[in-house]
Design a protein around this ligand. Sequence first.
Ligand SMILES: [Zn+2]
Ligand SMILES: [Zn+2]
Length: 690
Amino acid sequence: MKLVISEKEIAAKRIAKILSGNGVREDKVYGVPVNYIKYNGMDCAVIGLKGHILKVDFPKDYANWFKVDPADLIGAEIEKIPIQKKIIQALKKIADQTTEIIIATDYDREGELIGYDAWQVISEKNKIAPVKRARFSAITPADINSAFSKPGKIDLNLAFAGRARQDIDLIWGAVLTRFISLASYQVKDNFLSVGRVQSPTLTLIVDREIEIQSFVPTPYWIVNVKLKTEKGEEFEASHKKKKFLKKEEALKAFAKIGDRGNVIDVNETVRKVMPPSPFNTTGLIVAANSFGFTASKTINVAENLYINGYISYPRTDNTVYPPSINLKEVVKTLGGIGVFEEACKEVLSRDKLIAAKGKKRSTDHPPIYPTSAAVRSNLSEDEWKLYELIARRFICSLFPPAEIKGISASIDIGGEIFAANGSNVIKKNWIAFYPYYRYEDVYIPDLVKGQRLTVIDRQILDKETKPPARYSQGKLVEKMEELGLGTKATRHTIIQNLIGRGYIRGNPLIPSEKAIAVVKILQKHADRISTPEMTSELEIDMDGIVRGDESKEEVVEKSKEMLKSIMIKLQNEKKEISQEIKKAIKEDFIIGKCTEPDCEGNLIVRVSRKTRKRFIGCSAYPACTKTFSLPQNGLIVTTKEKCKHCDYPVVRIIAKGRKPWDLCINMDCPKKDEKYKNYTNNNRGKKTFN
Ligand SMILES: [Zn+2]
Ligand SMILES: [Zn+2]
């Protein structure tokens, strides 16, 4: 019997259906669903994993944080630990009857490793069954049938690159996290996570926040007029200087504005706006961010669409369609969906399809494109939103550029020159079908040189320069790609982990006080962990393993050497680090000003000596005995924000298995959500100082 191994249960089901033409017999082995089919006259079992079935970890002797020097982990052996025991049992059971293994996991580093691990597990029971690899970029009948008709070999280099990544991240994460956490006595729920990719990423967010907080706005002034033609057409113009940095100069120009103006020059230009390039993972995350999807939401929804055959594989760097995609066929398929009908008709009316190209080209997967027509009612609202974006992007990437006419006129008013700029789309092309591109015409009338105008209003506006914006999740993923931080498969997870550790929140992303403290310490004592160079160097080395230029052992060894040199410095400065971080963490525990009238104290998180339960108390104790209770589970993150309804401080609670939520500490808050009230009532500590 052939054994087909897929990465997920739903994918296994679909693959079985496609290969057998629907004749699937479902059964369970140790509770794990297995799909039995006939494929080309052969008996075949198709089984779905749950992603990785093994993980890497240190031996048990190294588990105790207090008994093991973090630096000793660098030299420790690494073990593979089963994490999907039922599936491993099932694989071993089926192994007896297996005559051939076909790995059909996702085609990339992680997928190859997942397949390799499954093969290793099976070979403990059955060493003879040969292993083959089916590679595909979409779970559609055409792609699956073609992949299974000529399966290739498993790519050991790709799998070992995946293993190198696992080992390196384990070692770096464990060594640095334990060191910083122990140095600051932040253990258990409160440990301070530090990592090879996450720390430089967090540094980007913190650096931006510091830039925003320390930004000093510069005032400037703008002088505007409202004008009217003889025909009564009204429009606006601004002083050609745009920004006056001195108010007196703005006032001087303003004073010269009379009742009449004179057109001295008119210029017309036509600008081409190129159609959007095909989506890769980063492009999709950025575009979906515009309608409020976080990075991980986009990836999760895209994964569902992929597994169900609606779109091609969503983890890709490629932005150039390969010749193997029949673009015209895809457009014809999409044309059957009502909302895309008109756009598809227009594309198909052209003699030759020319597709837009992005800057990145790779050969493993195509850019993300729709692989079958979806019926809206079969998808969830989020799935449809993302599918529609991907479909529109695909269709629009086949359009010619849009054309926008720009008109700029110079107008003399009392010796001061004003500029009026208008624009309007003269050829819409793709813009007509891509609502995510926001564009508005700016109206100005047809003007001719020498034309007289009447000034009907004048204005002087006080403005000031603004700080740079915080990173949205989309922009952050873009920046990470640019700096070589993480991969298409990991970037969204890194962001999710930083949120889970209470380091960042919101979209755009705001760092917590704790995050700022940790980054400052790393910048001072271990700059190489906070800058992207070393991390991106290791990503390049891992690509070297894929090409066969370097071995997994060499790359892991090199990373250990880097880490050793970092640890030597950290160990030498441990005392200083410990003091600085403790001070910073103390500040992080300040929830806000005490709410008692006339009390100057700060509200801080404390732990009762008697009950070991945590609560909020006032720093002015014993003079002030104000206390608030806190939930006992989860991580508490101070936000420096105040409740909209009662002005009391708000804290953020991050508990396992729940969405992080903001809690007003005031039990009598007028708008307190009943659900939270119950939750906190059951979990609150005793409100006493002892
Ligand atoms: Zn107080
Ligand atoms: Zn409140």
